[in-house]
Design a protein around this ligand. Sequence first.
Ligand code: ADP
Length: 201
Amino acid sequence: MKHPKHERTLVIIKPDGIQRSLVGEIVKRYEQIGLKLVGIKMLVPSEDLVEKHYTIDPEWIRLAGEKQITSARANGRVPISEHPLEIGTIVLGHLKKYLTSGPVIAMVWEGAHAVAIVRKMIGGTEPLSSDVGTIRGDFVLDSYVLANQSGRAIRNLVHASGSVKEAVDEVKHWFRTEEIIDYRLVQEAILYEDFMGGALK
Ligand code: ADP
């Protein structure tokens, strides 16, 4: 069985993250926790790439709609529709515009619990309610209300895979095998090995 340190996840710094000059800040956080960057590239995605990305999980459209309905009810607002599929389809249209509006940076990060750690560090979908200390909670102030008012996607700086299975599919969708580099970081001895790399011989 492969060591858990080989788990990988896809992270995309969305166009607003690049425009807000937050690339270094975001990369710094993943580096500092001990994850290893094994793939990185800048590109302007096509609408087709974005649509396929969000429909890798056939349930995504419905789930995105349900999330918005739940958030609206919890905050005493009327959802824009009672039908999750309708909301999800509208959101997908907004996302195509948002993610093709400028360059993005796609990255693959590797390490134990990479998927869960990266999700914890980006925070919840809506920056207004994401925890302080997370990337979305610390660096952006968008909300469902603002996004709905302007008929656009929530601007929340970063995408990260939601599960290990999704990560495998998303990494394949954005990267060719030869674009991911298998190498050893010296700090892995400190993070994962019994004798901390043998500092005292
Ligand atoms: P996450 O990115 O937190 O995993 P989702 O996969 O549910 O969240 O949604 C993907 C992206 O679509 C979000 O990051 C956000 O940019 C946008 N989004 C989701 N729901 C809405 C909504 N109801 N209105 C506007 N934008 C939304």
